[in-house]
Design a protein around this ligand. Structure first.
Ligand code: GDP
Ligand code: MG
Length: 163
């Protein structure tokens, strides 16, 4: 069985862009509008000889009430449940949000292997932007730029090592 890597995070952090990088397909809908990709979306990825499955998620229903179980789309919870490792994507330009905290606490409770990824990190010199994400309690944030393809290989290595 190929390991399954699920991409989760609030809308607009760059999950679908990252999905396209990881799978080298453009199957996911990359939108400038949060929440457009509502369903799970599967793709095949490869790092050297290691093959894996990537699951993109629409993440959160924008109009839903607050609280992780209401807010998190059912498909996303299922994607996390069937994943071997979760890649939790945050936006280093936007900083830590309340939704990030909700997702983080859900993932901490779940206890599944998790890699915290700080997207949109291109051109960022200062680690101060990354340090605030420690408060999510999921360890160090791995800076990537899905749009520019930076740090994506390192992210894949970390995800496969976390298995
Ligand atoms: P999703 O809602 O999490 O799937 O996010 P998308 O992949 O649809 O991306 C949301 C927006 O962020 C789009 O306008 C992307 O072009 C932009 N974006 C994605 N990755 C990056 C990145 O690495 N850097 C920057 N600056 N923008 C990005
Ligand atoms: Mg998306």
């Amino acid at each position: 069985m190929k390991p399954v890597i699920a991409l989760v995070g609030r809308p607009n952090v760059g999950k679908s862009t990252l999905f396209n990088r990881l799978t080298r397909t453009r199957d996911a809908i990359v939108a400038d509008f949060p929440g457009l990709t509502r369903d799970r979306h599967y793709g095949h990825g490869r790092l050297g000889k290691r093959e894996f499955i990537v699951v993109d998620t629409g993440g959160f229903e924008p109009e839903a009430a607050s609280g992780i179980f209401h807010e998190m789309a059912r498909q996303t919870r299922q994607a996390v449940a069937e994943a071997d490792v979760v890649v939790f994507v945050v936006d280093v330009r936007a900083g830590v949000s309340a939704q990030d905290h909700d997702i983080a606490s859900y993932l901490r409770r779940l206890g599944k292997p998790c890699v915290l990824v700080g997207n949109k990190a291109e051109g960022m010199q200062e680690s101060a932007h990354l340090a605030e994400f420690y408060e999510l309690g999921l360890g160090e944030v791995l800076p990537v730029s899905a749009a520019h393809g930076q740090g994506v290989r390192s992210l894949t290595e970390h995800a496969l090592e976390a298995l």
